[in-house]
Design a protein around this ligand. Structure first.
Ligand SMILES: Nc1nc2c(c(=O)[nH]1)N[C@H]1C(S)=C(S)[C@@H](COP(=O)(O)O)O[C@H]1N2
Ligand SMILES: [Mo]
Length: 431
């Protein structure tokens, strides 16, 4: 195979050990053609014979259809089904977004992760109501049509289950699975809905009303206590997901959206906002979503998700197609605000190079990062480390583990190292 002679070799600008190149080579790419040159180095193009005209250019294609589907050949791009207790508790079912098969920032609706504590209800949207009651001047009940008439907002935000990456948190040996199983309880959508502030102002929260219990219209009646301040700030009752109605999996016809807060508090099939003067200490917050620390005490109400990043390309279960040029690519996010910086190491953390962040970098949303890289075919330990706007930096696994009881798997945000063998297989490792 020969490299395309029409593209001249770029001047390589190395930024760190292990073959990491400067992100400036990507930024220059469009202007100086160095992006194309990198691609040519990665994939030499052999000369090919002129093919015969295929059928799809000689005969008319398929007709228009009412709702589009991905190409048939992409049928294996699926969520990973995770049922931790199998037949013992089938309705406690989860599925993970296949981040290693996606390359942008928005999660397609059919691939948004799911966490159902009591299965996905088949609820009747016409009979569904949202009630605002408790410590308010005027209790109100809304049906879907009434909510549709309120002013709405649109915002892009990630949702992450605080149990995301739990295999890495608790398995004694690193599990060899893709980013769907390992980090898939995370997705990113453009949500549209009615600000909770507008609804609470209409109901008139009394001065003693400091907390709100949000309740779902599903079998477990999942319920979480939320401080009024968050609801008055950027929370909304989401009705649309990436432009279309929220999917049944995500809480059709309405869910609570609390930007940056742990997934569990984003109550799906939302039916009640009960204004109170204190948290309710429901089993979902006291029993399930409380972290036990190394000293035996526990932390409740860890609302915001920590700063985190994962390299999705390459990642575990993938195989490198030989030494040469690659674009390292991944996702970073923080519940505290925007991602400020992502650094990548290809030598096990000895040296780091700053990755390019895809604009726009939105607060509490997935941010795509990239860095060009020349893999020499040597064993490589690849890692990414994110920093957010508050200056918080992703911890190593050992420093994260030191903080918690060994049983804790909630709010795991440690650096994910991928080990690349000389044969090119990419493996999950603890380092
Ligand atoms: N009513 C209700 N709301 C719920 C849940 C649920 O089981 N029932 N699961 C919670 C959990 S644990 C998470 S992580 C998120 C998952 O949202 P998703 O399924 O849309 O990804 O919804 C939360 N809201
Ligand atoms: Mo969750």
């Amino acid at each position: 195979m020969m490299a395309d002679p029409s593209v001249s070799a770029p001047k390589l600008e190395f930024a760190a050990g292990g073959g990491l190149l400067s992100r400036r080579m990507l930024l220059r790419g469009a202007a100086a053609g160095s992006g194309a040159a990198l691609a040519a180095l990665a994939m030499p193009r052999p000369a090919q014979a002129e093919p015969a005209l295929p059928e799809w250019v000689t005969v008319a294609g398929e007709r228009a259809r009412g709702y589009g589907m991905p190409a048939e050949q992409e049928a294996d791009v699926q969520r990973a089904i995770i049922e931790p207790f199998g037949d013992l508790a089938r309705a406690f079912s989860l599925s993970g977004t296949p981040h290693h098969k996606l390359r942008g920032t928005i999660t397609p609706n059919g691939l948004h992760f799911e966490v159902h504590h009591g299965g996905r209800p088949n609820l009747d949207p016409d009979g569904h109501r949202l009630m605002i009651h408790g410590m308010v001047e005027r209790p109100i009940k809304f049906d879907l049509n009434a909510l549709e008439r309120y002013p709405m907002v649109t915002a892009t935000h990630f949702l992450e289950c605080s149990g995301n990456s739990f295999f890495n948190a608790v398995m004694p040996e690193p599990m060899q699975s893709g980013c769907d199983m390992l980090h898939g309880l995370l997705s990113n959508s453009e949500w549209t809905g009615v600000p909770v502030r507008v609804l609470l102002e209409e109901a008139g929260v009394r001065p003693e009303g400091r907390w709100v219990l949000a309740v779902g219209n599903d079998a477990p009646s999942l319920a979480r206590s939320i401080p009024v301040e968050k609801l008055m700030d950027d929370a909304f009752v989401a009705l649309y997901q990436n432009g279309e109605r929220i999917r049944p999996e995500q809480g059709y016809p309405m869910r609570l959206l609390l930007p940056g807060f742990e997934g569990n508090m984003n109550v799906k099939w939302l039916t009640s906002l009960w204004v109170t003067d204190a948290p309710a200490y429901t089993k979902h917050e006291s029993g399930e979503y409380t972290e036990i620390l190394a000293n035996g005490s526990s932390v409740k109400f860890t609302f915001a998700m920590g700063v985190k990043s994962v390299i999705t390309h390459p990642s575990a279960t993938m195989t490198m197609s030989g030494p040469g040029f690659y674009e390292i690519s991944g996702i970073a996010w923080s519940g505290a605000g925007s991602v400020r910086k992502v650094e990548i190491s290809a030598d096990g953390g000895e040296s780091w190079a700053e990755a390019a962040l895809q604009e726009p970098v939105l607060p509490r949303a997935l941010t795509r990062f990239r860095l060009p890289w020349r893999w020499e075919g040597a064993p490589t330990l690849l890692m990414s480390r994110a920093e957010d706007a508050t200056g918080a930096v992703q911890p190593t696994r050992s420093s994260w583990k030191a903080r918690y009881d060994p049983s804790n798997f909630l709010h795991y945000n440690a650096i994910q190292p991928w080990q690349i063998t000389p044969e090119g297989s990419v493996q999950n490792v603890y380092a």
